[in-house]
Structures are given as C-alpha cells and as structure tokens.
Design a protein around this ligand. Structure first.
Ligand code: ATP
Length: 409
C-alpha cells in the first residue's frame, strides 16, 4: 500500500491554543485515496523543523501532506522550507498574485509587499488556487515523493483538499484501492448501546467501524471501507440501529429537522428559558431556515413568562417555573401568539447551582405543540451547564424530527 505522512505546522498547535483538526481531515483524505497514513508530525513555524520533518517523512512515505504556514507574515515559512528541501527556487505565480490582490482589495485590506509571498510557488510545482482565501497551495514532486502544501485555515484546507488534492492523488495513484469514509450519526442511544448493537459487526470488520461521541450526546459511527463494502456496512448499521440514525456526514439534527419542516410546509417557533436562545440559534444555523422558523422568544424570568407567554401566575406560584405545567403554558402561549404549526418550550435547571432535591440540576421540561396537540416531556440530563443546554436543544430537535417522520416521540 502507498504510504502517506502528515505534517501540521504552527506554533499555536503546540501551545495548546488550537486543536489540530486539520490532521484528522488529512488522514481521512489519504485513506479515501487508498493511501495508508503512517506518520504524523506537528512542528513549529520554523524552517529547519519543517525540513527535518520532511526529511524523515520522505524516507518512509511517498505522499506528504502539509498544513499551515502559508500566510503573508514573517513567521509563515512553509513554502521557503519546502523549496529549500527540494533544492528549487520560489517563483511568483502572476495569475495567483492578480487574484490575491483583487481579493485583498475587496476586503479593503491595505496591500503590502509581504502579501506577494502568498503567490510564491516552488519551481516545478503545481499551483493550487485558494477558492476563498489568499494563501495559495501547491504540490511538488521530489524524487519518489509528492509534497503537497495547503493553508492552515480549516475551511480553506478542506475545500482545497477535496477540490485539488483528492483528484491529484487519484490520478497519481490510480491503482491504490481507495477507501470511502462515511459517518452515520445517531441520537438517543448511549455509546455502550451502540457498541453492544454493533459488537459482532466490529469483530467481523476490524478497523472499519469506529465510534465517537460528539456534542455531548450524539454517537457517530465512522465507516472506513471500500465502495462496495461501505454500502453493506451502512445497511447493516441501519438495520441494527433503525431510526436512531438521524443523518450522515455533514447532516445535523437541525438540518434534518429543517429539511422535513420545509418539505411539509410547516412553521415553527420557540420559547426558551434555561437554553437562553440556543435552540433558536441552532435552528437558524441552517441556511434558508427563514422558510420555516418564525420567532424565538427567550423568556428567562417568571415575569417574562407571564408577560410574553401568558403563563398564569398561579401556575408559576404553585408549580414553579421548572415544571411540566409551566412548559405546557409556555408552549400554549407561544403558538397562540406566533400562530405557527409547531411550538417548542424549554424550561429547566442548567446548573451548576440552583438545583434542589425535588428539582435537581439537569431537570428539564420540554413542551411540544404539534398540530395533533400539546405534549410535555421530562428529561434528566447529567452534564455541565453547556451540556445540559446542548442536550435539551438536541432532544427538542430530535423530537421534532421523529414527529415529522411519524415515529414514536
Ligand atoms: P492564512 O494566511 O490564511 O492564515 P496559513 O497557511 O498561514 O494561512 P496558518 O496561519 O498556519 O495558516 O493558520 C491560520 C489559522 O488556521 C490558525 O490561526 C488556526 O486557527 C487555524 N489552523 C492552523 N492549523 C490548524 C490545524 N492543524 N488544525 C486546525 N486549525 C488550524
């Protein structure tokens, strides 16, 4: 199997400031091209460190992917290090420079001489245009090695990886049996449940099925296998986990729920207490959510719940703001006010303070007003403050998804 190496470059990666997510993407990219990632380095923005890493990587791998250090500043030295390592000069890519200049002008950035650096490409390299930024990438062949440099900004790296590196590697290594990567996302199951359900599959397919917890509660299943195999694995996972699988790859609970709302032509509104607007924020992270999201109220205090949602005074007095009754009246008041097809209310104790024996931290009531009636669900989320808020928001979105799919909620 062709071997690959990854070198991520940047002082910030070694000072605990930035999580090295680029390496994960680059590893996956190599696997998708049928290239076996055998080594990964993280080095500082120092030319001699980059050259040392290149020297080692080139002895044990054929493809070397680099991320970062292609910016305009003094400390961005990746292109210089690669050129020196390959024993070639750096040449100005005139076309790239014209595009970079116009991008900088559009952004009203004062153009300095140092910006020209971003259009310098090692002699003999293929230049990779950056579709959204100003750091150009490149790929250069040195003896049996391909050295490929991409910008550090994750969005730019991912775009250029998909658009430039993937096609290049498929062309240079057509015989490599490429692997596909697919992520199936579940909500509502614990990692141990998923593990239990997929245990036999994992044993039969070593290294092809990985589990990970994302955003506190989602369990993602990462499948890495050949084209044919992945289809069968996906089918088997879905057979075992059913509609706990809510989406795949880039899909999110909010994008899946949003798509269903749009398809069915239904509108939605929210009234939030302990989540402080997080549900509305999450729903509106989806482009085009204005097609279904109408209004989001943050009614944090009892007074706000009374004033904005007409929650009766006696309900608040008798049951308190964190109660099934309050969630019921919140969502009832919400849909009466907004006239949307669906309403969601959330009230609970996010913690870490404010919990009592009767109403502990993590107790959350979510009210759902669907065209078929109002229902309130009670949840206990065991987590920190952000975790309780996140779990409440995800539970609400998943319940909407389930309702719209005609599943048990
Ligand atoms: P630009 O000129 O666009 O900044 P660059 O190639 O110089 O491109 P860097 O300056 O190295 O990129 O990094 C830019 C930002 O991208 C960093 O501040 C950091 O937040 C992020 N970044 C860099 N490397 C990584 C990485 N390996 N993983 C995740 N984020 C990264």
């Amino acid at each position: 199997m062709v071997k690959g190496a990854i070198i991520t470059i940047g002082d910030e990666l070694l000072s605990g400031l930035v999580l090295d997510s680029n390496a994960l993407f680059l590893e996956e990219l190599l696997l998708r091209c049928g290239i076996d990632p055998v080594v990964k380095f993280t080095v500082k923005d120092e030319a001699h460190q980059i050259k040392k890493a290149l020297s080692f990587a080139s002895q044990i791998s054929q493809i070397i992917l680099l991320s970062g250090g292609l910016g305009p500043t003094e400390d961005d030295v990746t292109r210089e290090a690669v050129a020196e390592f390959c024993g070639v000069s750096l040449n100005l890519d005139e076309k790239a420079w014209e595009i970079i200049k116009s991008r900088l002008e559009e952004r009203r950035v004062f153009i300095r001489d140092s910006h020209k650096k971003q259009a310098l490409i090692p002699e003999g390299a293929i230049s990779f245009a950056n579709p959204i930024g100003t750091a150009w990438g490149f790929a250069i062949k040195r003896n049996k090695n391909w050295i490929i440099a991409l910008p550090g900004v994750p969005k730019e790296l991912i775009l250029m990886g998909e658009e430039k590196v993937l096609p290049l590697l498929k062309k240079t290594h057509p015989k490599a049996s490429s692997l596909m990567v697919k992520v199936l996302k579940t909500f509502g199951l614990k990692e141990s449940d998923v593990n239990h359900a997929l245990y036999d599959m994992q044993k039969k397919n070593p290294g092809k099925i990985g589990l990970m917890i994302k955003d506190y509660v989602e369990v993602h299943i990462k499948l890495t296998a050949s084209d044919n195999e992945i289809e069968n694995l996906e089918k088997e996972v879905k057979d075992k986990l059913g509609n706990f699988v809510f989406g795949e790859n880039n899909e999110t609970l909010e994008s899946v729920a949003g798509k269903l709302l749009k398809e069915k032509g239904l509108s939605i509104s929210t009234a939030e207490s302990c989540t402080g607007g997080m549900l509305a924020h999450t729903i509106t992270n989806v482009p085009d959510s204005s097609k279904y999201f109408v209004e989001g109220l943050v009614t944090y205090t009892e007074e706000a719940k009374r004033k904005e949602l007409s929650v009766p005074e006696e309900v608040l007095k008798r049951f308190g703001a964190v109660s099934s009754e309050c969630a019921f009246y919140m969502v009832k008041g919400l849909v009466e006010k907004t006239r949307t097809d669906i309403g969601i209310s959330i009230t609970g104790v996010a913690g870490p303070t404010g919990g009592t024996k009767e109403k502990p931290v993590g107790l959350v009531y979510i009210g759902y007003a669907f065209p078929t009636g109002i229902e309130v669900k009670k949840y206990y989320f065991s987590s920190d403050r952000l975790g309780v808020k996140t779990m409440a928001v995800k539970s609400a979105l998943d319940t909407v998804r389930r309702y719209l799919l005609g599943l048990k909620i």
